[in-house]
Design a protein around this ligand. Sequence first.
Ligand SMILES: *[C@@H]1O[C@H](CO)[C@@H](O)[C@H](O)[C@H]1NC(C)=O
Ligand SMILES: *[C@@H]1O[C@H](CO)[C@@H](O)[C@H](O)[C@H]1NC(C)=O
Ligand SMILES: *[C@@H]1O[C@H](CO)[C@@H](O)[C@H](O)[C@H]1NC(C)=O
Ligand SMILES: *[C@@H]1O[C@H](CO)[C@@H](O)[C@H](O)[C@H]1NC(C)=O
Ligand SMILES: *[C@@H]1O[C@H](CO)[C@@H](O)[C@H](O)[C@H]1NC(C)=O
Length: 337
Amino acid sequence: MAMAAPLTLVVVAAAVAVVFVGGGVEGWVLKEGFYEQSCPRAEALVKHYVEQHVPLAPSVAATLIRTHFHDCFVRGCDASVLLNGTDGAEAEKDAAPNLTLRGFAFIDRIKSVVESECPGVVSCADILALATRDAISVIGGPFWRVATGRRDGRVSIKQEALDQIPAPTMNFTDLLSSFQSKGLDLADLIWLSGAHTIGIAHCNSFSKRLYNFTGKGGPGDADPSLDAEYAANLRRSKCAAPSDNTTIVEMDPGSFLTFDLGYYRGLLRRRGLFQSDAALVTDAAAEANIASVVSSPPEVFFQVFARSMAKLGMVGVKTGSEGEIRKHCALVNDIHY
Ligand SMILES: *[C@@H]1O[C@H](CO)[C@@H](O)[C@H](O)[C@H]1NC(C)=O
Ligand SMILES: *[C@@H]1O[C@H](CO)[C@@H](O)[C@H](O)[C@H]1NC(C)=O
Ligand SMILES: *[C@@H]1O[C@H](CO)[C@@H](O)[C@H](O)[C@H]1NC(C)=O
Ligand SMILES: *[C@@H]1O[C@H](CO)[C@@H](O)[C@H](O)[C@H]1NC(C)=O
Ligand SMILES: *[C@@H]1O[C@H](CO)[C@@H](O)[C@H](O)[C@H]1NC(C)=O
């Protein structure tokens, strides 16, 4: 591995930064097997449900990882993304694209299985973190250890999601500061973006790059950082109308259900779909790290991805007596009708 030097650099930075970001109240941190006494089968129930259902609908894995990511970026990993709005006030989930929404019912079903065994014990935030890990594992992706003991939040505000979830139009600088604002770093930005190996996107979420990049419109106004041949292909065969909000494009064409290096290979060929994908190779260090991982066995990607996922799952967690253990993931406990 002649090109391993830059990779080592970023990996080391990530390893040093494995701290409990916003680890809740002093003295309380997450730990593996948190429910060993209180609900011994909790993790097995989640895993069993995922193993039974994800093979029938493997795209749920992408939905879950996106939902977990969105959750952690707003008010920490506290399942605030799962809460319904109340009294006409819109919640985080009302800011989520349709593609994210499908995961909520999946989590709700796991929650009801777990509730029937141990009522009021296992948080929705932990179920989301565990189910995400298990789903990625079921589709042949990396495995990481999930510490548990997260508590559920009671607040969910649409505007916070709009403000804090990194936008697909962001450039490298803005992406990095968005991640840094959550205690995540360059390595986490690069490797968590790798989740797009199983991603899909609607045409209208990137069609500006195909048709109207500068706002002038007309032929030739494509994003110059997007491979011209690929852009022409997309215009011709997939996204024939800029306003198309139904056609779905695979972010890693040909292997969007497989956790592999195809997404990063695409980036190096200037074929990332979102500006935020293309942005990763506008930074020399990031590009060198990606090139290094692409030329390594997939296990190297799995390792760095797993490390960053474990870190993501710690962001801003609530522990101890903070928050609550929701009975239903879409509702705070003391809601009155
Ligand atoms: C949450 O909102 C969704 C969509 O509006 C609705 O279908 C669902 O029944 C709500 N969940 C609960 C528990 O009220
Ligand atoms: C990134 O985008 C922001 C606007 O969102 C802009 O202010 C900034 O100059 C851009 N940075 C670079 C390096 O292009
Ligand atoms: C291109 O973008 C500009 C500014 O964002 C907008 O005013 C214009 O209507 C767009 N043109 C087309 C053809 O969509
Ligand atoms: C998709 O586009 C159609 C036609 O422009 C519009 O009526 C519809 O509301 C759009 N749907 C979404 C989810 O944006
Ligand atoms: C988004 O979801 C709504 C309600 O489920 C549906 O009517 C609409 O067609 C969906 N839009 C897209 C673009 O899938």
